[in-house]
Design a protein around this ligand. Structure first.
Ligand code: I3P
Length: 128
């Protein structure tokens, strides 16, 4: 099975569509610009794809398709951030380099899953 094979090679944890905005770059505040983003949690990284066509398992393979950006989760911090938005189900991801992202979904269970899965990767990286 191709998917299982790819999952094994790249340690795919999770992939799905979330609303995303970057709110800080290197500690400097940015103006919000919410957009749907295809988010892939793979290995130590959270990878963002702009293009909805990127939603196929094959498209995030290295050399295939172009991620909009990617975040190293080592040392990153995650916190619920409903105070930072008028939207519901928002959490903030802060990288060691001071980049900050808000991620959001209308679906409570889905955003909780994302929060917990990203947190478990962060925790795992601390103990390595
Ligand atoms: C922003 C836009 C964002 C909103 C933000 C506004 O206005 O409405 O959706 O964030 O609120 O400033 P603009 O399009 O003019 O930049 P939320 O949807 O997360 O509330 P904020 O300034 O209170 O962060």
């Amino acid at each position: 099975n191709t998917h299982t094979h790819i999952d094994t090679i790249y340690e795919l944890e999770k992939a799905g569509l979330l609303n995303k905005t970057k709110i800080a770059e290197g500690g400097r505040k940015l103006r919000k610009n919410w957009n749907p983003s295809w988010v892939v949690l793979v290995g130590n990284s959270l990878v963002f794809f702009k293009d909805p066509k990127s939603q196929t398992p094959s498209s995030w393979k290295p050399g295939n398709s172009c991620p909009e950006s990617s975040v190293d989760l080592r040392g990153a911090q995650l916190q619920w951030a409903n105070n930072l938005s008028s939207k519901k189900n928002v959490f903030k991801l802060r990288t060691v380099t001071g980049n900050e992202f808000l991620l959001q979904s209308e679906t409570d269970s889905l955003i909780r899953e994302w929060f917990n899965t990203i947190q478990s990767v962060i925790d795992r990286l601390v103990s390595l």
